[in-house]
Design a protein around this ligand. Structure first.
Ligand SMILES: CNC(=O)c1cccc(C)c1Nc1nc(N2CCN(c3ccccc3Cl)CC2)nc(N2CSC[C@H]2C(=O)NC)n1
Length: 184
């Protein structure tokens, strides 16, 4: 199982590289990696397992965060009642279109690879169309909005060497365009 010791932290060059696309069929190594990344998210959202293994909770994990510079990211997004509303492993994801309107989390963003709290709004597209492959090589195109869109943008950023604070306005961290959707 993936533990916090396996999570690469800001400063490691792998987090600033463009991840390499995967080819199909995926090797057993990358099929196992997909399972391990999703298992981390499940474990991190379970209070007992997270406590036992001192895991930081997450709703998204990208392969570069565990030192693998490949285009794979796991997402496990619950609603505020804890019901899972989005569960997927993206392989070679591409944002094919995004809304002009922006959205951000009202509390800012955290990242398993960034140990410090960095305050500020992280403006992202409110709606996204994402083209990707599943672990089995099935091609998909989906449209997302709100929290799942925010998390997808955060994880796909990782695959391009970007971290959430790159998007915070340096001069005015809480400045927003007036039609920005603030998600609580
Ligand atoms: C600086 N202020 C803050 O961080 C911040 C502060 C307050 C609220 C939010 C909402 C903040 N922001 C933020 N909170 C999260 N979690 C909330 C708690 N949750 C969780 C926790 C426990 C069990 C189950 C779960 Cl589900 C896990 C996820 N996650 C992300 N991000 C940014 S997109 C990728 C995603 C990620 O997984 N990061 C590790 N941001």
């Amino acid at each position: 199982m993936i533990l916090m010791k396996d999570i690469v932290r800001d400063g490691d060059p792998v987090l600033r590289q463009v991840a390499k696309p995967l080819t199909f069929p995926l090797s057993d190594h990358y099929k196992q990696l997909a399972e391990d990344m999703m298992e981390y998210l499940v474990n991190s959202q379970d209070p007992k397992i997270a406590e036992k293994h001192q895991l930081r909770a997450g709703v998204g994990l990208a392969a570069p965060q565990v030192g693998e510079g490949v285009q794979m990211a796991a997402l496990l997004v619950p609603d505020d009642k804890g019901e899972i509303i989005f569960k997927e492993v993206y392989v070679n994801p591409e944002i094919v279109s995004e809304s002009v309107r922006q959205a951000c989390l009202s509390e800012g963003e955290g990242c398993l690879s960034v140990d410090k709290v960095i305050n500020g709004y992280v403006p992202r597209p409110d709606k996204l169309t994402i083209h990707y492959y599943t672990v089995d090589g099935e091609e998909k195109t989906i449209r997302l909005k709100d929290y799942p869109a925010i998390v997808s943008s955060h994880e796909i950023d990782h695959l391009n060497g970007h971290l959430f604070y790159d998007r915070i306005n340096k001069k005015e961290p809480f400045a927003l365009k007036e039609d920005t959707v603030v998600i609580s």
